[in-house]
Each structure stands twice: as C-alpha cells, then as structure tokens.
Design a binder for this molecule. Structure first.
Ligand SMILES: Nc1ncnc2c1ncn2[C@@H]1O[C@H](COP(=O)(O)OP(=O)(O)OP(=O)(O)O)[C@@H](O)[C@H]1O
Ligand SMILES: [Mg+2]
Length: 244
C-alpha cells in the first residue's frame, strides 16, 4: 500500500501524523513500513533518526529501477525503514520527469506492507507524482482560517488526480489536527466545514497534545512515551486503519 499525506498548507500536522502512523503500523499491526521523506525541510528524517535508512529520496528520481534494486540492502522488517530527505530535493526543475520515481515506487511496493510518503507544503511535482501512485491519501488540516481557505484547492487537486490518473486512489478523509477543543473559534470552524463539505469527508480529529510535539522533538515514538493520551491517538488511527 502506498499512503500519502497531502496538504500544500504548512504546519498542519502532516509529519506528526505520518511519523506516529508509521510507529502504529509497525508496533500495533505488525506491518513492514517504509517512510519516504520528500520534503527538503527533512522534519520527518530528523524525528525518525533511529529508523533504518535504506536510501536518499533524491535517488528515487535519479536512479532507474535496476540501479535501485541493486543498491537496496539491509531492509529491516521490525524497524521503520526510511528514504531520507537531502538538500538535493530542493531544485524543483529536476523533477519534471517521473519515470524513475514511478518505477522505483512500484518496485518498493513489492517489498513492504506500507509505504508512507511525507510531502512538503507545496503543490510540487513530487506531490503530484506521489498522489498518482497512492492507494490512500489523507489531508490533515488545522481548524484555522488560513488552513480552511486552502482546503478546496487541495481537494480539487486530489480528486482531479483520482479521476484522471489514478482511479485506484482512495481518499480516506480530511484529518483535523492540533485541535484545541476548548477553543470556540476552532469548534465553529469545524461545524462550518461539516456543513460545507459534509461530515463524511472528515476523520475523527487529533487533539493538540504537547506530548506529541515532545516526542517528535526528542526523536522518539510517542507510543513509547509515558503520555496519558496514547489511547486517544490509537483510537483515531484505528478508525483510519479500518477504512483501508
Ligand atoms: N496534535 C498535535 N499536538 C501538538 N503539537 C502538534 C500536533 N501536531 C503537530 N504538532 C506540532 O505542530 C508543528 C507542525 O506540525 P508538523 O510539522 O507535523 O506539520 P506539517 O504539516 O508537517 O508542517 P510542514 O508543512 O511545514 O511540513 C510541529 O511543531 C509539531 O510538533
Ligand atoms: Mg512536514
């Protein structure tokens, strides 16, 4: 399965979701997991510093599939495997040819139960190609006006790709993240979204929890922390997992 988190809006919880969903799939569902960090910010590569690095994401665009297959070694099914981000990914002009990326992902697809792709907050070729290959897509948002404003553009992009280039894609939903339940503005925004798009488009939300930010900052699994909010996140992930 190829799974992409997509939102061209920054800071909405894409990476935080993806890191913890990777731990969830590995530790609670016994799945083999590969994470591909396509974002030059490399936040995901930073927080997954203990992952088993099996390559640079850049090489997925430059190497053909025979080179990739010859290079790959040391996959560890009981660890999170990672293609890490490097600064080479920043020159968008180099990514106007998707052939290697598409072939390499199809090959990697045969080696792992789940491939999770973290993407940058920009409508780039790297995001478009990832969506073209994805079985599942999720769009995290923040319940604040700037995030809401960009949502219809992001959904249009995703559903256009689904219609024209990837009929197999299943959009799992919009995932409100960093939600402060006591904040009236956010509650109102959520109601507004439900009435505008229909509640079915939305997944249960992830609350704002300091422990989640702490786990990412300290490069450890939230599920290995002593947070009392672990069950809450597991419940959200169980809902997502049940939809796949
Ligand atoms: N549920 C949460 N509770 C508390 N803090 C959170 C939560 N989700 C994310 N954060 C924090 O919010 C910030 C932005 O989150 P994150 O980096 O996951 O967003 P992003 O969408 O990946 O950003 P970018 O678009 O820049 O890649 C980070 O500092 C992260 O630790
Ligand atoms: Mg990110």
């Amino acid at each position: 399965m190829i799974f992409t988190v997509a939102n061209q809006k920054g800071g909405v919880g894409k990476t935080t979701f993806l890191i913890n969903f990777a731990y969830y799939l590995k530790d609670f569902k016994n799945k083999s997991v590969l994470v591909i960090d396509t974002d030059t910010q490399a936040n995901c590569s930073y927080s997954l510093c203990n992952a088993n690095i099996i390559g640079d994401t850049y090489s997925l665009f430059t190497d053909d599939v025979n080179i990739l297959a010859a290079k790959i070694s040391g996959i560890k099914k009981d660890e999170i495997n990672l293609f890490k981000s490097t600064i080479d990914l920043s020159n968008e002009n180099e990514f106007d040819n998707s052939i290697n990326y598409l072939q390499n992902l199809k090959y990697l697809y045969t080696l792992f139960d789940y491939i999770l792709i973290d993407t940058a907050p920009v409508l780039s070729n790297k995001l478009i190609y990832s969506l073209e290959l994805s079985n599942y897509v999720i769009t995290p948002i923040e319940l604040e006006i700037y995030s809401l404003q960009g949502l219809s553009l992001m959904l249009n992009t995703i559903f256009n790709i689904k219609k024209n280039r990837n009929n197999d894609m299943s959009f799992l939903g919009v995932l409100p993240s960093r939600v402060i339940t006591t904040n009236k503005r956010q509650s109102k925004n959520l109601e507004k979204l439900y009435s505008e798009y229909g509640q079915d488009l939305f997944l249960p939300f992830i609350k704002y929890r300091n422990d989640l930010a702490n786990a990412s900052a300290s490069q450890t699994s939230f599920f290995k922390s002593n947070s009392k909010h672990k069950k809450e996140l597991i419940n959200v992930f169980d809902t997502i997992y049940a939809k796949m």
